[in-house]
Structures are given as structure tokens and as C-alpha cells.
Write a protein that binds this ligand. Sequence first.
Ligand code: SF4
Length: 205
Amino acid sequence: MRWYARHGRDLPWRRTRDPYAILVSETMLQQTQVARVLDYYPRFLARYPTVEDLAAASPSAVRETWEGLGYYRRAVNLRRSARLVAERHGGRFPADLAALQRLPGIGRYTAGAVATFAFGQDAPILDTNAARVLARVFGGGRRRGRTRRLWALAEATIPPGRGYDFNQAIMDLGALICRARRPTCPVCPVRRACGSFGRVAGMPK
Ligand code: SF4
């Protein structure tokens, strides 16, 4: 987390605690690179600044705004979630993990991200970056049950009350240092605790 405080990425969705804006960013990031989302995220929010605005929009208008991002199903689910939040929750997102996961298109990761980044909870998240870091530091173990073990690790490693910083830090560590190819282990802030230090193919000497 000290490394993250100095080197973490300055991303627009990290400047808000609005669950709607965070859900928009997380939905876009599901299958799209950060660089591309940086382009679409402000445009989408300028057109639909609140959950009510998106709930009231027509499917064709939302499709037009989403055009170019691909995987349009994400936009369909985002709009359906907005309608449910507007109609059933009075426009206020539920903070509860189980209630979040009942919204269309929101799985365990996205629910954890909204709970953590909007509501400050210590909910675990496990995107590909966090999963790679945890698997390398602690060992991924056998394939069977691997995802369940990594989720348990993601939950157990959060320092109490620091879910926001910890989850952002581990994702940035995976994106910037512990990359899939050529991780830069010699400058990694967790290298002394890492079971894979010096063993990952492509690591610079
Ligand atoms: S030491 Fe290397 S393998 Fe371990 S977490 Fe850091 S970058 Fe990843």
C-alpha cells in the first residue's frame, strides 16, 4: 500500500465514491483495456450522469453511446441494473454484496469492487491482476479448487479497514509490476515475501 500511494495509477474512477459511476467503470473494464475505457467513461457519464438518467434512456440511445466498446450485452445489463436501482431502491445502490450480485451482469468481482470502492467495505476482489499476484506470492496450488482458494486469499489478505487501498494496490501491482509476461521482480515491493521471486519466466535479471 505504501508502493501504491507513490506509484498507483491516477484513474478517473478513483476520484469518485459514487456507486453508479464506479459500476459504469467496472462494467466497461470487464472486457476492455484501461486505455480505451479512459476514452468512453467520461463520455458515457456526460450523457448519463446519474443512475436515473440511464434508467430513463432508451436501449437504442444507450447502444449508440456504447458503440465501439464491444460486448454490448454489458450495456444492456448496465441499463437494466439502473432501472432496478431506480425503481426498487429509490435510486440508491444497495451496499450489501448479496443484493449487488442480484443486479443484472454483476458477478462476485463487480459486486466486491462496488462494495469496496463506493462503500468502503473490506470486500475481496479477484480480477486477473489480483489473481496473478496472489497466485505468485502464495502459490496457486493445484488447478482443482484454485479459484476458491484465491478468493479466500483475497479476503484473508485485506488489512481490516483498508479494503479500498489494498484492492486498488494489488490490482496496480499486477498491472504495472507483476505483469503476466516479464514481471519486474527486482523492483517489486513484495519481493521478499513472494514465493515466485526469481522463478517467473521472462523476469529481468
Ligand atoms: S516478486 Fe515478482 S512474481 Fe512476486 S509478486 Fe513481485 S513481480 Fe510478482
